[in-house]
Design a protein around this ligand. Structure first.
Ligand code: CA
Length: 227
């Protein structure tokens, strides 16, 4: 899951990035409303944590402009405590939820999880494909009951493949979703991580069908292709 944090207070932005990365999210940061808007309009994020009071363009305007351009990325708005009018303005502009500052990180995390889960309208927190399971709340991965240990990047890659099970994903799509903005990623890097993932989820199970498929010249997919 890739998140964008738009927050002009560098200390808060840094703490959010660090905390969310420890939870397995890929996090980009923007320090002005204008930069936040530009990034949200071009990169496919799973969620935007958006401060209300920002230089350049405030959070309500960013939300309104994104929604006008049919960008429906979920938005969690950060407001100052007691600014009820601002909260209402943010929600009516198209934000999905809000959180009043100051907040405990655990509370933010709970909201992030709730908002990112909401559009899928599923109570299940387990993604799966043909005997492989990935639990997004416990980070446990297993194939036919055998537990599998993944690095955080392998986990993020597998989660992205599973969320798009049966679809061929290009290397560019994978890079956009699994690596952050500052990362120096070459298409070859994706191949390396796919190979590592195969070593853990396919090669140790020679009697089972391979889960990760390569579509030469296009990209990679997991599970049975959609017909
Ligand atoms: Ca601010």
């Amino acid at each position: 899951m890739k998140l964008l944090v738009v927050e002009d207070e560098h200390r808060i932005a840094g703490a959010l990035k660090k905390g969310l990365e420890q939870e397995g999210y890929i996090v980009d940061v923007a320090y002005t409303g204008t930069d936040g808007y530009d990034m949200a309009a071009t990169v496919p994020y799973d969620l935007i944590v958006l401060d209300l009071m920002l230089p350049g363009m405030d959070g309500t305007t960013v939300t309104k402009k994104l929604r006008e351009e049919s960008i429906h990325t979920p938005i969690l708005m950060l407001t100052a405590r007691g600014q009820v009018a601002d909260k209402v303005a943010g929600l009516s502009a198209g934000a999905d939820d809000y959180l009043a500052k100051p907040f405990a990180f655990e509370e933010l995390l709970a909201r992030v999880r709730a908002v990112t889960r909401r559009p899928r309208e599923t109570a299940s927190t387990v993604l799966s494909a043909e005997g492989l399971t990935l639990d997004i709340t416990t980070y446990q991965v297993a194939r036919d009951g055998t537990s599998i240990t993944l690095s955080s990047k392998e986990y993020a890659l597998l989660e992205y493949l599973l969320r798009n099970s049966g679809r061929v994903l290009t290397k560019d799509q994978i890079i956009d979703h699994v690596w952050d903005y500052d990362a120096d990623v070459l298409p070859n890097t994706v191949e390396v991580y796919i190979r590592n993932l195969r070593k853990k989820i396919d090669i140790p199970f020679p009697d089972k069908p391979a889960l990760i498929h390569t579509t030469r010249g296009f990209g990679y997919s997991i599970g049975t292709p959609h017909v």
